[in-house]
Design a protein around this ligand. Structure first.
Ligand code: SAH
Length: 242
């Protein structure tokens, strides 16, 4: 069964967009995933086909109507997880991406304007997802990001089956740095160990690099990684709490 994606949006022409190229595009042509953008406006009921209205209580911008968006959701909802792109959602992680990619697919709701009428989140089971602490003009770019991250994990999409395993975040660490030919460029050489052919030394170097880079660049990830290590006092405490 292909990974089935349905995107509820006011801009269906944005899909598959960039996911029609490269790895994701080939996987789409091969039928490994399907892309079904649905126009939210088709579920409007008044003669102006309006999907939004002014915010209750006043203020700038427009708010997406709960009734129209719910009708769109109800028309496509099935056993797949229903996600909404929102800046206040749970920040997307590689672990969540991996879990979604292992499932039947996703339905993704894309906001515009000031976002959705809050009652929508009370009335339907919706998982709110953020792609980072900045504000986009719409959920579509966020949906493309989430889909790209899922699609590359689908069976048969990436060349070497192992190439996803060692990457940044998969182990809770950033990935080690890469080098390729030419062996010397602008007077800079490739670290000697990587040319040694000694696989154990190379693995040790890469592990050490991944650890230092994570500690220096992403102290937040490093702390979590340290906490999760079995045997560490805080790790043991966390495991007991769970
Ligand atoms: N008024 C909102 C911002 C709305 S931005 C607020 O201040 O929180 C318009 C739409 O873009 C949102 O409904 C959401 O679908 C999308 N969006 C914006 N930033 C996002 C982010 N960081 N992650 C996911 N979706 C985002």
């Amino acid at each position: 069964m292909p990974f089935a994606t349905t995107i509820l949006t006011l801009y269906p022409e944005m899909f598959p967009g960039p996911l029609g190229s490269s790895l994701a595009g080939r996987a789409l042509n091969e039928g490994r995933w399907t892309c079904d953008p649905v126009q939210i406006r088709d579920f409007a009921t008044d003669k102006h086909r309006s999907v939004d209205d002014t915010p209750a209580g006043g203020g700038a911008g427009m708010v997406l109507r709960a009734d129209v968006v719910a009708a769109a959701i109800d028309a496509v909802a099935d056993e797949r997880p229903l996600l909404a792109m929102t800046p206040r959602g749970r920040p997307l992680t590689q672990a969540r991406v991996r879990a979604l990619a292992a499932g039947p697919g996703v339905v993704i709701l894309c906001g515009r304007f000031e976002g959705f009428d809050e009652r929508l989140f009370e009335a339907r089971e919706i998982e709110e997802v953020s792609i980072g602490d900045y504000v986009l003009s719409g959920g579509e770019m966020g949906a493309l990001v989430l889909l790209d991250a899922c699609i590359r994990l689908l069976p048969g999409v990436m060349g070497a089956p192992s190439s996803g395993d060692e990457e940044s975040f998969e182990s809770g660490l950033l990935e080690y740095p890469h080098y390729t030919r030419p062996a010397e460029w602008e007077g800079r050489t490739i670290p000697e160990v990587l040319r040694s052919g000694d696989h154990a030394r190379i693995a040790a170097w890469r592990k050490a690099k991944a650890e230092t880079d994570t500690r220096l660049r992403r102290p937040d990830l490093w702390e979590r990684h340290e906490d999760a290590r079995v045997g560490s006092p805080s790790g043991a405490r966390r495991m007991k709490d769970e």
